[in-house]
Design a protein around this ligand. Structure first.
Ligand SMILES: [Fe+2]
Length: 197
């Protein structure tokens, strides 16, 4: 592999695809001919624009809330009691699985932006906006309403972050849009169980 002198690497790489789908930088050189470490670092510099501080703040906030909500969902899964026990118990596990998958995606987006995600319990406890679930057994309809309120609050916060990310990082925005779709779907399924008419 030919190493290109440091000064020849464009600060902002624009990857294009030629007919044989080989990525090339905008000056026509094949990306494979460049030092991969230099490419990676240059692309990272491109992705992490001056706005990246706010991008990572948003992702870190989403990470903390998703982790806390997943733990609280598991607590509710164990504590639920009443005639709807089986369906709510199983439904909560589905929600928890999706929340865990969601926070993994958020954390890995942060890592892709070269920002270390912080999912430590102490960080979650000090930073979460989620109201804690009460201790002890919980009546099934109360569990449904409590989880519903927490998912709706998250959805509203996601909406604000999605708006902000439109000007900052389209990939992170796309990620949160997908997450909000899933959150809203779970909220709908919970809402239908306690809705009267
Ligand atoms: Fe379980």
């Amino acid at each position: 592999m030919t190493l290109v002198p440091r000064g020849m690497i464009p600060r902002r790489l624009i990857l294009e695809h030629d007919e044989d789908v080989r990525p090339r930088v905008h000056d026509g050189r094949a990306a494979d001919d460049l030092d991969p470490w230099r490419i990676d670092m240059t692309m990272t510099a491109h992705v992490t624009s001056p706005a990246s501080g706010r991008v990572t703040e948003i992702l870190q906030s989403a990470l903390v809330e998703l982790i806390d909500l997943s733990v609280q969902g598991k607590q509710a899964h164990w504590a639920v009691a009443g005639p709807m026990f089986k369906s709510v118990h199983e439904q909560l596990d589905t929600i928890v699985d999706d929340l865990r998958s969601a926070y993994d995606d958020v954390a890995e987006r942060m890592a892709a932006l070269e920002v270390p995600p912080d999912g430590r319990l102490a960080t979650v406890i000090s930073g979460t906006p989620v109201d804690p679930m009460p201790s002890g057994w919980q009546v099934d309809t109360d569990v449904v309403e409590r989880m519903l309120r927490r998912l709706q609050a998250l959805s509203i916060r996601l909406g604000g972050w999605i708006d902000e990310l439109g000007d900052l990082d389209a990939v992170s925005q796309d990620l949160l849009i997908g997450l909000r779709h899933g959150i809203d779907k779970h909220a709908w399924m919970l809402r239908m169980q306690v809705r009267e008419g």
